[in-house]
Design a protein around this ligand. Structure first.
Ligand code: GAP
Length: 466
């Protein structure tokens, strides 16, 4: 298990400005959260790392940035209008609504719910006499009914007049399929290659979701990797390894990661094989990333429905035309941000009775990398600390913080809680007002994890920190 409970992380996120409840001053909105200054930085750093590692640094990958509202025909061709459904069930007593499969799984873990129809799920709820998790009443559930997860909205300026229903995208993948030909002709890529994208997806999720784990809108990073059909198995294995390799680079403990294959009943309508990379959260093993072999399902359907030829022509044999197959690694960015917060959280007993909370972020994603702390609010200490700040700002790309509020102990605790790897303290030695010889123009660097302090010359600071 991670060191943290979900409540501890939620509380730290609010306290330090990682994540706030959405629309909080109006009482919030179910499943809606806003990222604060540090959470935004963390999520963007993860996104940028992903883009750099999987797109920019690879010759076989290109990126696009596509519209959220697409022609509704896209979602008919992709099968989402017909198949992107959850079976929901209501308590007649208190009117609470639940996903029928989640209701059963929570009450009786291990019960087989995958692939069951709404009628079958209703029968299981009745047979096991499951109580309503909200009001405790038994035997008062409605029949389970199918709800589509796509978010509908209206296009058009005048309410009620000739407006068109459209969907906010339920996955970002479809833009990569409908732009396949545009990308192919403009980049002249050869198979195998991938089209990547990052952005928001929207799903009308009913069941509330463990903080930011399951929300109505969330950030995804994914690519469609186009291949010849014969290569799908080795490509699938390769990307499964790569997804896990990146998680280890971020600093995840492999003991808290595992791969779970979807059963046949569980597969999405487009997938022939799916594997989830799961993380051990305080609320059990949960999907972090997904990997699906989508065959030629999407390109074939879009070709049929749009009438546009989406085939690939073998550059070495113009007579050989075919629809590429696709392996799709999906990285939920919002979910990754939550799991990084859970994984980084630690509490440590210090000498005496004191306990410190510390976020052990990898340096590359720590929202603040170096904090500059004058020992007190004395004017000449602040002036010297500003000098050090400006020096590092000019000579490095480090993410800096400058903090004078509160005692030095409190400021160290705050920097530990936001995961700052190094604190630089400017003290009386630095400005030559200490009896200690040779301390002038030196500062102390404090390491977040070892708590070791080291005296360093300001002239050597840049080299030392980099
Ligand atoms: N294009 C494939 C696709 O979207 P998915 O399994 O439906 O696949 C991909 O979702 C990832 O999106 C999941 O692995 C998870 O990280 C994230 N995800 C799905 N639903 C979510 C929700 N309601 N809130 C937050 N993240 C979600």
């Amino acid at each position: 298990m991670p060191a943290a409970s979900l409540e501890q992380v939620v509380s730290l996120c609010k306290r330090r400005g990682f994540v706030f409840p959405g629309s909080e001053i109006y009482g919030g909105l179910a499943n809606s959260w806003d990222y604060g200054p540090l959470g935004t930085e963390l999520k963007n750093l993860l996104r940028d790392w992903w883009w750099d590692r999987f797109v920019r640094k690879r010759q076989d990958m290109v990126g696009i940035d596509a519209a959220i509202v697409m022609n509704p025909k896209v979602w008919e061709a992709s099968g989402h209008v017909a198949n992107f459904n959850d079976a929901l069930i209501d308590c007649k007593q208190c009117k609470a609504r639940f996903r029928a499969d989640h209701l059963i799984e929570d009450a009786h873990p291990g019960t087989k719910v995958e692939g069951k129809s709404p009628t079958e799920l209703t029968a299981i709820v009745a047979e096991k006499n499951i109580p309503c998790p909200t009001c405790g009443t038994k035997g008062q559930f409605t029949n389970a009914r199918t709800f589509n997860l796509l978010f509908q909205t209206q296009l058009g300026a005048v309410e009620g007049e000739d407006n068109r229903s459209v969907y906010l995208r339920g996955e970002i993948a479809q833009a990569m399929f409908v732009n396949f030909k545009n990308v192919l002709t403009t980049t002249r890529k050869r198979l195998p290659f991938g089209i990547a994208s990052v952005g928001k997806a929207f799903r009308n999720e009913i069941t509330p979701g463990n903080f930011t784990f399951r929300t109505l809108e969330f950030d995804l990073m994914e690519f469609e990797y186009f291949i010849e059909e014969k290569d799908w198995e080795q490509t699938f294995d390769y990307w499964l390894e790569e997804q896990q390799a990146w998680l280890k680079e971020i600093g995840f403990d492999p003991e808290r990661l595992r791969v779970r294959e979807h059963t046949k009943d569980e597969l999405s309508h487009y997938s022939r094989r799916t594997a989830d990379v799961e993380y051990l959260t305080p609320f059990g093993w949960k999907e972090l990333f997904g990997l699906a072999y989508r065959t030629d399902f999407d390109l074939k359907n879009h070709m049929e429905q749009s009438g546009v030829d989406l085939q690939y022509t073998d550059p070495d044999d113009a007579a050989r035309k075919f629809i590429p197959h696709v392996v799709e690694p999906t990285f939920g960015l919002s979910r990754l941000t939550l799991m990084v917060l859970l994984e980084a959280y630690d509490e440590e007993k210090l000498e005496g009775e004191e306990t410190r909370t510390v976020m052990r972020f990898n340096d590359r994603i720590a929202p603040v990398q170096v904090a500059i702390l004058p020992l007190s609010k004395k004017e000449n200490l602040i002036a010297k600390a500003q000098e050090v700040y400006k020096l590092l700002q000019g000579e490095t790309d480090l993410r800096l913080d400058f903090d004078v509020t509160g005692s030095i102990g409190k400021r160290y605790r705050r920097q530990d809680e936001i995961g700052t790897p190094k604190c630089i303290t400017i003290d009386f030695g630095t400005i030559g007002e200490d009896k200690e010889q040779g301390a002038q123009d030196t500062v102390t660097i404090r390491d977040r994890d070892s708590l070791k302090q080291e005296r360093v010359k300001i002239s050597e600071l840049t080299r030392k920190l980099q």
